[in-house]
Design a protein around this ligand. Sequence first.
Ligand SMILES: Nc1ncnc2c1ncn2[C@@H]1O[C@H](COP(=O)(O)OP(=O)(O)OP(=O)(O)O)[C@@H](O)[C@H]1O
Length: 252
Amino acid sequence: MSAHGTTTAPATVTRTVLALDALTVGYAGAPVVDRLTLDVAPGDVVALLGANGAGKTTLLRTVSGLLVPRSGRVLLDGDDLTTTPVEERARRGLAQVPEGRSVVAELTVEENLTLGALWKVPGRRARRAAIAELYEQFEPLARRRRALGHQLSGGERQMLALARALVSQPRVLLLDEPSLGLAPRVVAQLMGVLRDTARRTGLTVLLAEQNVTSALSVADRGVVLALGKVVADAPAADIAADPALRHAYLGF
Ligand SMILES: Nc1ncnc2c1ncn2[C@@H]1O[C@H](COP(=O)(O)OP(=O)(O)OP(=O)(O)O)[C@@H](O)[C@H]1O
């Protein structure tokens, strides 16, 4: 009771950086993402899991602005970005690393990183400092800074794609299948860098992965999709420890 005799609400504030509100997205025919609602807290690493075709890529592309939903909203810090162009979303701190390690094959590692920093980090000196800082985390890239994109291994390319997204210091990182086609040792290295970065910087991550074990090893929270709907949303450790859930939706 307060001094005036009224009951005051407890001072708990749930902060949300990214909110997906009843999103429905599709191509031709039935929706692929179906009235999906998800709130992501700042600094959360969320693994988006689900079988082939569950709607993970479609959801990430809707958040980054590559796809426009049929209905529902995408909110960043409470601002409705549902119809905001991709570039403006990027300027506001949303960065996507698409499936397939998009790096520029004809440019060196360092040039690719400079390109990533170009419009987000003003001034050559600041860009050089941002890249130097990244090299400290992405040690294999530092060693290959003069190598061209096409000379890199799959793991190095994926690492470069991740580093290039991080150089713009995004607030929310959208990662689509970073482990695809990589050897387990390389996947472990990549996930380790992602986990360290998220812990150090408070970055919020939405990580779509078929590699459930790897994704849950870095995530705080797991969200399982099936037919475009959320069928489970729980701490990553609980999902990893739930054999019935794994068997029903994750194939192991
Ligand atoms: N460009 C497109 N045009 C038409 N249908 C599409 C398109 N892209 C995806 N789909 C369909 O939408 C559904 C969901 O695909 P999506 O790629 O979002 O799933 P996913 O969970 O990311 O699966 P994967 O891990 O295989 O990428 C699938 O049935 C897929 O065939």
